[in-house]
Design a binder for this molecule. Structure first.
Ligand SMILES: [Zn+2]
Length: 151
């Protein structure tokens, strides 16, 4: 079994439903874009990141990123060309940032977008860091390692 990979999301979509103008939603076919697909488009197509960088930001492999963005583009094209409604929801996503305190060895997480925490919630120490780099991403399914997300 392949290890589960959290797909990190920095920003949730503000608008989660789009439809062609002038056609009631009940007459429209709906396409569901997952939040990780939305994030892939935002990072690569809007912000212009290379797929390697975007994949790293989402904490997934480049190949997985390639699959996600291909699927996202196909869905968006389907909506534009065939006048379908687009709903953004779901997906295997991780909306939290993980922190590690080197004073008490504690870990905790915070949602994205709340700024850097002031101190470790366990011991109050300020000597903590974010754990989101390549070597410390989610260790789901790896032997002898606790998942950094506490799952
Ligand atoms: Zn601590």
């Amino acid at each position: 079994m392949r290890p589960y990979k959290c797909r990190r999301i920095e920003k949730e979509p503000e608008i989660k439903f789009f439809k062609p103008n002038g056609i009631p939603a009940k007459f429209l076919e709906k396409v569901v874009l997952t939040v990780d697909e939305f994030e892939a488009v935002r990072l690569a197509d809007l912000n212009g990141l290379y797929q390697e960088e975007a994949a790293e930001k989402m904490s997934i492999s480049r190949q997985t990123f390639g699959n996600i963005i291909a699927s996202a583009r196909r869905k968006i094209a389907d909506c534009l060309v065939n006048a379908k409604a687009l709903k953004i929801e779901g997906g295997e996503i991780e909306m939290k940032r993980n922190f590690f305190c080197s004073n008490c060895n504690g870990t905790w997480n915070e949602p994205f977008g709340t700024g850097r925490p002031e101190k470790c919630p366990k011991c109050g120490d300020k000597n903590f860091r974010r754990v989101n780099d390549r070597n410390e991403k989610c260790g789901h399914g790896r032997k002898g390692r606790r998942c950094a997300n506490g799952n």
